[in-house]
Design a protein around this ligand. Structure first.
Ligand SMILES: [Ca+2]
Length: 256
């Protein structure tokens, strides 16, 4: 009798250990209490004319063929679920940062995002992972200058690069500075995260080029490329500073 018990115990022990281990690995796939699995993406929106032959993103007379941007130190700001439960309203709430959560540590890294390629908008994933439940109201970040990029890279020493054509002339708009930017939620209440959710940092190209007369851009150094950048090689400083100030209100956080 005793030996039967012993034999049983021999089998039960590993069996229950196995069950415990299975339960543990299941736990790893579902977010921990108070957290949700969230994907933060980015894209660019413009006046994309799908009826045109080449499906380009057109803004202010510029046909945009590519748009690349570097980001770093990105943080997602939110009012915690506990704060909402305690009656803190979004406007008065003290915003918390998700930087120490799995998602926060991913999105804070240096990223190179391609948001328009071959004239078409692209969606790039900035990060995915667990983040605290709450109402997400904004994302802050810095542009990231690709100072370590190889000399052949288009993005070498740039933090943002838009390429395309204006009246058939090859045109480039770029930034080098690591400018601090902010994408505020389109909804004044922010976006509730409580379960799987996607959010998108949207660069609104129409807003970025609003009031910018691209057909006035010059190629003063006559190298065949109309350049609108911080070094003013082509005499387009006024257009550059307009775009640089526009970008501050041209980025929106959307729930999609
Ligand atoms: Ca030039």
């Amino acid at each position: 009798m005793k030996s039967t018990m012993k034999n049983c115990a021999k089998w039960i022990m590993p069996l229950s250990l196995g069950l415990v281990m299975m339960a543990c690995s299941d736990d790893e796939e579902t977010p921990k209490e108070g957290y949700s699995q969230v994907t933060l993406k980015s894209t660019a929106e413009g006046n994309s004319e799908s009826t045109s032959e080449n499906n380009r993103v057109d803004v202010s007379g510029m046909s945009i063929t590519s748009f690349q941007v570097g980001t770093r130190d990105m943080e997602m700001k939110y009012v915690s679920q506990a704060g909402i439960d305690a009656g803190i309203s979004i406007g008065n709430g003290i915003l918390e940062t998700n930087i120490s959560a799995e998602l926060g540590s991913q999105v804070s890294q240096e990223k190179s995002l391609t948001l328009v390629a071959d004239g078409e908008s692209q969606v790039s994933v900035i990060g995915e992972g667990e983040t605290p439940n709450g109402s997400y109201t904004e994302v802050i970040f810095k542009l990231y200058q690709h100072s370590e990029a190889s000399a052949e890279s288009e993005m070498k020493d740039k933090s943002m690069l838009i390429q395309g054509e204006v009246e058939g002339k090859s045109t480039q708009v770029w930034f080098a500075a690591e400018k601090q930017l902010r994408a505020v939620a389109e909804s004044s209440q922010g976006y509730e995260v409580n379960g799987n959710t996607d959010m998108t940092v949207v660069f609104d190209l129409e807003a970025m080029f609003a009031g910018v007369e691209m057909d006035a851009a010059l190629d003063a150094n006559a190298d065949g490329v109309v350049e609108i950048g911080p070094d003013n090689v082509d005499g387009n400083a006024a257009l550059y500073s307009k775009i640089e100030s526009n970008i501050e209100s041209a980025i929106v956080l959307k729930n999609q």
